[in-house]
Design a protein around this ligand. Structure first.
Ligand SMILES: Cc1cc2nc3c(=O)[nH]c(=O)nc-3n(C[C@H](O)[C@H](O)[C@H](O)COP(=O)(O)OP(=O)(O)OC[C@H]3O[C@@H](n4cnc5c(N)ncnc54)[C@H](O)[C@@H]3O)c2cc1C
Length: 261
């Protein structure tokens, strides 16, 4: 509450053209409160942002269940506000000639305003190697049908020393953990090699993988949208293709190990 009050007050005084928040737990809580106080628009889950004519921000958001990329404009109200998905933008090289100014402001916060308090902080156990840092990611989707079926993804990942990821349905079914979900509401990754198995390639998923080095897809439906974004596509039954690939890789690795002194 006090944060949104103070930010809205500062925005009314400074009259910025735009305010951008990260779409984190704090950002997605704070931004709508500030936007409502300022009576302006807010685009949430923005995956790309461009500066258009007359300072108008083109805020790009997957819409209608991921079937389109919507461009959202806020032409009438100021400031323009958006929450940006973490990890979607590449870090640019620093331009040391540019200078910003930090203006410190003092604000009073009364006891009554602090309606929520942190009573305890509980640390989550650390995840395995984060997906964002893996060179190879093997991911599975609803096409794997069951927990048992999803094992072919894990076995291929093991043979490639890769990290395992998945889609929203894979998370909903409990085949993967939340930190393994890739896409709009999950992770944005840029591995050297991304292998999608039994994944249709809906936009909500593919926004998280488009910057991968090489994308390989295995799907039994030749019209699946994943084939529009992949570099190599295999139209076939994952339960036939993947175990064969895994055993070939294991044999290859076994032969390599034998050759090593
Ligand atoms: C606001 C919002 C946010 C979302 N965020 C995310 C997100 O972050 N990440 C995400 O993943 N989704 C997200 N979704 C869901 C997303 O829109 C799709 O519904 C989801 O990605 C589809 O997952 P899927 O490809 O596993 O399943 P499906 O779309 O059901 O695709 C399964 C695929 O498996 C194939 N298949 C079936 N059997 C076989 C077989 N034997 N061999 C090979 N292929 C087979 C089928 O042909 C099909 O293409 C979001 C949706 C909304 C509305």
């Amino acid at each position: 509450e006090p944060y949104s009050r103070i930010l809205a007050k500062l925005a009314s005084e400074a009259k910025p053209e735009a305010i951008l928040f990260p779409h984190t737990a704090v950002g997605s809580d704070l931004a709508p409160r500030v936007a409502a106080k300022l009576r302006t628009g807010l685009s949430a889950h923005v995956v790309n942002i461009e500066l258009g004519e007359r300072g108008l921000l083109r805020q790009i958001v997957p819409g209608f269940g991921g079937s389109i990329m919507a461009v959202v404009l806020c032409p009438k109200r100021r400031p323009q506000m958006a929450t940006i998905m973490p990890g979607v933008a590449r870090k640019p090289k620093p331009d040391w000639s540019r200078r910003g100014e930090v203006i410190r402001v003092e604000e009073e916060v009364s006891e009554e305003e602090l309606r929520a308090r942190t009573l305890e902080l509980v640390e989550e156990p650390p995840e395995e190697k984060p997906l964002e840092e893996a060179d190879i990611v093997v991911a599975g989707g609803w096409g794997l049908r069951s927990r048992e079926g999803f094992r072919i993804v894990e076995e291929l990942a093991e043979a490639l020393s890769a990290a395992v990821g998945g889609t929203r349905p894979a998370l909903d079914e409990g085949w993967i953990k939340p930190h393994q979900m890739i896409g709009h509401s999950g992770k944005t990754i840029r591995p050297k090699l991304y292998i999608a198995i039994g994944i249709s390639g809906e936009m909500h998923h593919t926004v998280g993988i488009l910057d991968s080095g090489v994308i390989v897809a295995v799907n039994n439906d030749p019209s699946a949208p994943i084939f529009e974004v992949c570099d190599y596509g295999v139209v076939g039954d994952a339960f036939e293709v993947i175990p064969r690939l895994t055993s070939m890789l294991r044999e290859l690795r076994g032969a390599q190990l034998k050759q090593e002194p």
